[in-house]
Unconditional design. Sequence first.
Lengths: 311, 425
Amino acid sequence: MTTANKTTLSHLDWLEAEAIHILREVAGQCSNPVLLFSGGKDSLCILRLAEKAFRPGRFPFPLMHIDTGHNYKEVIEFRDQRAAELGERLIVRSVEDSMKRGTVVLKSEDESRNKHQSVTLLEAIEEFGFDCCIGGARRDEEKARAKERIMSFRDEFGQWDPKNQRPELWNLYNARSHKGENIRAFPISNWTEMDVWQYIERENLGLPSIYFAHQRDVVMRAGSIVPVNVPLASSELINQPKAGEEIINMEVRFRTVGDITCTAPVISDADTISKIVLETATTTITERGATRLDDQTSDASMEQRKKEGYF
Amino acid sequence: MTTQHNDSLLRFMTCGSVDDGKSTLIGRLLFDTKSILADTLTQMDRTSKKRGLEVVDLSLLTDGLQAEREQGITIDVAYRYFSTGTRKYIIADAPGHEQYTRNMVTAASTANLAIILIDARKGVLTQTRRHSFLAQLVGIPHIVVAINKMDLVDFDQATFEKIKADYLSFAEQIGLQRAGRDIQVVPLSALTGDMLVDRGDAMNWYQGPTMLELLESAPAAHSEQNEPFRFPVQFVCRPHASDDKDLHDFRGFMGRVESGEIAVGDAVTVLPNGYTSKVKAIQLGEEQLQNAITEQSVTLLLEDEIDTSRGDMIVKSDQAPEPVKQISGMVCWLSETPLSTARTYIIRNTTRESKAKVGAIEYKVDVNTLEQSEAQGLVMNDIAKINFKLAQPLMVDSYSKNRATGAFIMIDESTNNTVGAGMII
C-alpha cells in the first residue's frame, strides 16, 4: 500500500509518531524490557504501535500479563488470541501464585486482589530480570498521573517517589538503570481516552466484546453499577449479590476493563466503535470516576498505590 | 465537546505563580472548552465549599499531589489536555517561582508557545523578566503575554496599554523579538472569563484576538523554518532469522525525522562515518511512503548495505553537518548535587551519547537581572555558558537553528540521573 505525500501530521499521526519513538527508545536503551499487556484497550493500542515500530522484525520484548484471577474471561480469551495472532511470547504471572507463596495475604477472602498485583509484578520483574516495563497509563486518567514522566524511575522496591524523578526534557529520554532498579515507560502518556478511541477506530482494532453494549446482571451499590454473578474461566461465579440487593438486567458496556471486583460498567447502547467515539465525546463523567471502584476512597488514593509500586 | 477531527496539535506552557491566577487561567480554558467533566466539577465544588468558598474555585483543577498540597506549593511540571475540535492541546504547567527555574526549562523544552502571565495590578515584575528570559533561552517561538485580573483594575484600557508598552520595551531590550519570535499581548480576566474563550463585553476597546484565538492560530512546531533533514537512528531492524526468506537481507533504520523531510531516491550520508547512499524505501507499519516529514516515526531502507547502528545519523548529503568533538552551550543545572568541573559526564544529543569534560564555565547568568558573572561551579537552577570536550564526535546544529539537534542532556553515570539541560550555541 502506498500513501500520498503528507505535509502535516494530524493529532493522531503526531501521537502515534511520539509513541513509536518512545517504544524504540526503550528498545535502544534497555537490555531486557517487557510490555505489560492486559487485553484492555490501552494495551491493545500499544500492541498496534509496537507493530508499527518494529515490523517486519519481532518485538524486542515479550508481553506479560499480571492476572489477578478475577478478570473477565472474554478479556483473557482475547488476550491469548491477540498474542497468538502476533506470534509474540506471552508471559502470565498470577496473584494466586503469590498468595500460595504467602507473599500476598488478603485481609479477608472477598478483599479485591487488584492492589496486590504490584507484589506479583515485582516478583516477575525479579524472576526475569526486566529493566523496563512498558505500560499503557495515560496522564489524563488521574491527578497523580498528570506529573508522571514518560520514563518513570522506580527504585529496588518498585517505589515511585514523586520527589525523586528525573527531569525529562525535549524528547531526550533517560531510561538508564542500575541492576535491580526499574524504568516504567508510558508511550501513550499524552493520549486522552478520546484519542485512544479515535485511534482504535482509525486502525480498526479488535477489542474484547465487553467494551461494547451488552445485557448484564448488575446491582446498584453505593451509587455504582456493580456486575454480579460473573463467571470466571473456571466457571466459578464471583461478585455475589449481597442480601437484599435487587438484581437488574441492564444494557451496559465497560469503558475500562480490569479486575472484576473493582471495575464498574456504564449504561450504554453503544455497540460499535463509532458509537463509542460519539459517546466518549458527549460523556459528562471521567473514565475513572465512572468506572473504577478503587479510586474513590480518597483524593490521593492513586498516588498512594503508585508509591507502593502499582503501575 | 465535539472533538471528532482535530487536524493539528499544539504544545504550550504557562508561566506565572499562583498569585497571577495561572491555575485559574488553565481551569477556565478547560472549563470554557467543556473539557472538565461533571464528576470532577462536583469534586471541585465539594472542596471549594469545604474551604468556605461560594463559587467553584477553578484553580483546584490543577491542584497537585498530596505531597504538594501539604506544602501548599507546586513542585513539578504537570501536563493537561484539552481540545477544541480543530486542535488538540498539551499544556505544560510549570511553577513560576525562582527556585523552580529547572521546572520552567523542562516545560519550555517541548513548548511551541508560552503564555506569560502578568497581574494587571502589578505590571511587569522581576518574575516576568525571568519568565521571558527563560522562554527566549529555550527557544519558544511564540509568546503570548496575558495581562490578567483586568476585572480588578476596572477593565481599564490605559492600565493595559501602559503594561503592554512596558513589556514591549523590556522585550526589545533583551532581544526577545529577534529570530522572528512573535509577541502578542492580550488583556483578560481568568476569573470572569473575559477575552479567554469568550470576548465578554467589559473590554470592547480591545480589538485583538482572544486567548483561544491566539492558541488556535499559532503555527505548529517546525512549520516556520526550513530545517535540514536529520534522522538519528534509534534502532536497526534485521529480521535475518525470520522464516520469510525475503527478509534475510532486510536492514531497516528506525527513527524519527527530527527535522526536515526526506523522499525516496534522495541522496543521503550516514554520520559520523560519512558513507553515502540513496533512500530505497520509507515504511510506516505496512504502509510504503513516498516521503516522510518532520516528527514522523518511520523506517528507512537504503540502496546500499551500510553498517549503521543506534546513535548514527542519516542526513541529506547536501545538508550534512560536520561531526564535532567540542561544543559550547547554555546549560541549566537540574541536580541537587552541584556540577563538578573535575568530573566526566555523559552528554546525550539525539540518540547519541559521549563522555564529556567541562572545559570552562565562561559565565553564569542571573535569571532576574540577566547580568553575567564568573563562576567556578554550578548549583541547581543555575544557568551558565559552558565549553565541553567530547570523547566521541556529535552531529549537532546550533539550538537557535534547530531545537531537536541543538539540545542535549547531561547524565551523571554514578546515579544515572539527568543533571543538566543544554542548548548548543
